[in-house]
Design a binder for this molecule. Structure first.
Ligand code: DAH
Length: 374
């Protein structure tokens, strides 16, 4: 039963006390039941509305109706009661569950004298930083950036790069295969890409020649982790296809890139190699920028170049015509276009650049290590 203000017959202090206690008990019950802003507004109106609110009724039925000689005392008690009702209703408003947007604005006022909250913004990871640097060297030469999936099909990772099924060159790639692919035809089977080279094919399927692209990305191999190996690492691939691209263009481009990356005094050196997707193929060495090519640091042997004065940086070569055959329909007729390609390990470049001796440090996420490169 909702509380109603009773008419009083007895205006003695004791009777008033009793009536006030009943009113306050009702108030307590009603405020406790309020659980949102609109219920709180109803409560406020019921108790405090000028027209017919509980307090107005108290005024009419208790104070105005009191006999003259009791008025003073009744007045005091009614005032006391009013104060308590107003306080209780205000307190209910402060309860967060009852605070609406307008009262929130009132209570949650912004104190602009408080010190600000400092949020560390982080920094580029040294490997990402190195990749961005390498990419920007090629961007400045007019190359654009392409990316491709880390989970790749056998077709793009191997077949279209001229690794036929069962070719021994597949062995050297230490592939991590996705499980349960045997029911699919071989070209569709999934694996973790072992190099960024599949994006060469994906891009040539999309974009007609001429193209000049670099492809930064994550790759995986079944290599146990040690100071110089990680099952996950990063490569940057490059591909230039046009009419009349020669091995001279390859050498000039890469020599320029190495000077831009490691300093204008480094020399490059190409040595014959084999990759299924390039012919001829080469490994490119850079003169050691730690020891200046001498192989020694003072009286000590130079570790990064193993005292040879040269550091192997990448694989490269002229795109094999067999590769163009797979994308011939998009304008890559091997009789009309030629190109060069290269691929380098970004983590290794980062190790050398920053003088870090363990690749694992890059991937352990220890801020004490990473902070040094910020
Ligand atoms: N994909 C090769 C690897 O990871 C690296 C490579 C060599 C890429 C020669 C090339 C290239 O584009 O022409 O072992």
């Amino acid at each position: 039963m909702a509380y109603t203000v009773p008419k009083l017959k007895d205006f003695s202090a004791a009777a008033l006390e009793k009536a006030a206690a009943k009113l306050l008990a009702a108030l307590e019950q009603e405020t406790a039941a309020v659980s949102n802003e609109s219920a709180w507004k109803d409560l406020r109106d019921r108790w405090m509305a000028r027209k017919n609110g509980v307090l107005t009724q108290v005024n009419d039925l208790w104070l105005k109706a009191a006999p003259k000689d009791a008025k003073r005392d009744v007045g005091q008690q009614v005032n006391e009661l009013k104060k308590r009702v107003e306080q209780a209703i205000e307190a209910a408003q402060q309860d967060p569950k009852n605070a609406g947007s307008s009262s929130r604005l009132e209570t949650d006022r912004l104190d602009i004298t408080l010190p600000g909250i400092q949020r560390p913004i982080g920094a580029e990871h040294p490997v990402v930083k190195t990749m961005n640097e390498i990419v920007s060297v090629f961007r400045n030469l007019g190359y654009s950036v392409q990316e491709g999936p880390v989970i790749e099909t056998d077709y793009y990772n191997f077949e279209a790069l001229n690794f036929p099924p069962n070719h021994p060159a597949r062995d050297a790639q230490d592939t991590l295969f996705i499980a349960n692919q045997e029911s699919k035809p071989q070209p569709e089977r999934l694996l973790l890409r072992t190099h960024t080279s599949p994006v060469q094919i994906r891009t040539m399927e999309k974009i007609k020649p001429p193209i000049r692209i670099v492809i930064p990305g994550k790759v995986h191999r079944n290599d146990p982790p040690d100071a110089s190996h990680s099952p996950m690492f990063h490569q940057i691939e490059g591909l230039a296809v046009d009419t009349n691209i020669t091995f001279g263009d390859l050498k000039g481009t890469l020599d320029h890139a190495m000077k831009a990356l490691f300093g204008s005094s480094v020399k490059t050196h190409f040595r014959p190699s084999f990759f299924p997707f390039t012919e001829p193929s080469a490994e490119m060495m850079v003169s050691c920028f730690i020891c200046g090519g001498s192989g020694k640091r003072g009286s000590q042997p130079c570790r990064p170049c193993k005292s040879t004065g040269w550091i192997e940086i990448l694989g490269c070569g002229m795109v094999d015509p067999n590769v163009f055959e797979f994308v011939k329909d998009n304008g890559y007729d091997p009789r009309k276009v030629s190109g060069f390609a290269f691929g380098m390990g970004a983590d290794r470049v980062a190790l050398l650049k920053y003088g870090v001796d363990d690749i694992q440090l890059f991937f352990q996420g220890d801020v004490r290590f990473l902070r040094q490169f910020a």
